[in-house]
Design a protein around this ligand. Structure first.
Ligand SMILES: [Zn+2]
Ligand SMILES: [Zn+2]
Length: 360
């Protein structure tokens, strides 16, 4: 039976909401009925070509749902189980995996080239970032699902799949924020809001949220921001002003833009750390002079999927959720249907809102 999906027919084309035919799960595969899927900035980047995957593709990589069927040899989940989709499954065999850095698995996106389904007209479809969550149902490798931890509602659990693992991980695993440190978060979308909450959980003494829009102040403060700045040419100076002229200990950049990365770095103290979570394009060139690199003694690091291992980290996040420290609902500013995804892309382009969540 056909299911509805949001298909990217070609890079730069609008998404088409159409029927697709999914095969029964093959050996090692799982069929999942989606409960919810978040609309992430990376979906927009895939649709406009900033990031590339084979097309036509069903986008969507932040989802959760219920297993409806499993293929031969699948033992880790069974029909009826609630699962979070993991768009970056690790192979367990490459160099990164052997070091435990599963978020850097060399084979994580091999599945993007597979044909996993067809439109009802017979066009081959690729699964975007492996999991094709913008659809009522999907078929994925068993390594792309993690059991939903106890106590986390299935709909909310979708957010764990990208925004929360990424934003929380950027703060806890990449920047390793310590109690009492000061933190600035640039970009108040789904990932940025998760980073703000993570900084609060880490015990940051000051959390400065920065965004191009003045409208996200309440969202940011609800998540735990102590200060809010609308981005401008003077943002780095304002942040130093808020931190006794020092600069923050940690900056988390969630925009992927050269000017924001440079501002984030300029906002940190001598010896401060900047973690870049945002995914920018090749045209975004950031420059530093040799003297300032020496003088400031700062660290600038990239961060993939929050340096997260879903198997290790989801139970930890569930503990924070159960104890009321992490509020997934506070990330969501809009609940939409599949048909609402194009409008959600427009909102992201315009810098409006937090996470839009497709609820099936
Ligand atoms: Zn994402
Ligand atoms: Zn690997």
């Amino acid at each position: 039976m056909a299911v509805r999906a949001a298909v990217l027919p070609a890079v730069g084309s609008p998404l088409e909401i159409t029927g697709i035919d999914l095969p029964d799960p093959g050996p090692g595969q799982v069929r999942v009925r989606l409960a919810a899927a978040g609309v992430c900035h990376s979906d927009l980047s895939l649709s406009n070509g900033t990031m590339r995957v084979p097309v036509p593709a069903v986008l969507g990589h932040e989802g959760a749902g219920t297993v409806v069927a499993v293929g031969e040899g699948v033992t880790r989940v069974a029909p009826g189980d609630g699962v979070v989709l993991n768009w970056a499954p690790s192979c367990g065999a490459c160099h990164a995996c052997s070091l435990g850095e599963v978020w850097l698995c060399a084979n994580a996106l091999n599945g993007a080239a597979d044909v996993y389904a067809r439109t009802t007209e017979g066009t081959d479809l690729h699964p975007g970032l492996n999991v094709a969550a913008f659809a009522e149902e999907t078929v994925v490798k068993a390594s792309c699902v993690q059991p939903v931890p106890d106590g986390v509602p299935l709909t909310d659990a979708a957010l764990l799949g990208c925004a929360v693992l990424t934003g929380y991980g950027a703060v806890h695993h990449s920047a390793r924020v310590r109690q009492g440190e000061t933190v600035a978060v640039f970009g108040v979308g789904g990932v940025g809001l998760a980073a703000v909450q993570a900084a609060r959980i880490a015990g940051a003494s000051k959390i400065i949220a920065v965004d191009v829009s003045a409208e996200k102040e309440e969202l940011a403060r609800t998540a735990g921001a102590t200060d809010y700045l609308v981005a401008s040419d003077t943002t780095a100076r304002e942040i130093r002003g808020l931190t006794g002229k020092q600069g923050v200990d940690v900056a988390v950049e969630c925009a992927g833009r050269a000017v924001t990365i440079r501002t984030a770095w300029d906002s940190t103290r001598r010896g401060g750390r900047t973690t870049v979570v945002g995914i920018g394009g090749k045209d975004q060139q950031v420059t530093f002079n040799a003297l300032e690199i020496f003088h400031w003694g700062r660290t600038l690091s990239g961060c993939v999927y929050g340096d997260s291992d879903p198997a290790r980290d989801l139970p930890v996040l569930a503990g924070h959720i159960r104890d009321g420290r992490l509020d997934l609902g506070a990330l969501v500013t809009e609940r939409i249907s599949l048909d609402g995804i194009p409008a959600a892309f427009e909102n992201m382009l315009a810098g409006r809102g937090g996470r839009a969540l497709v609820v099936f």
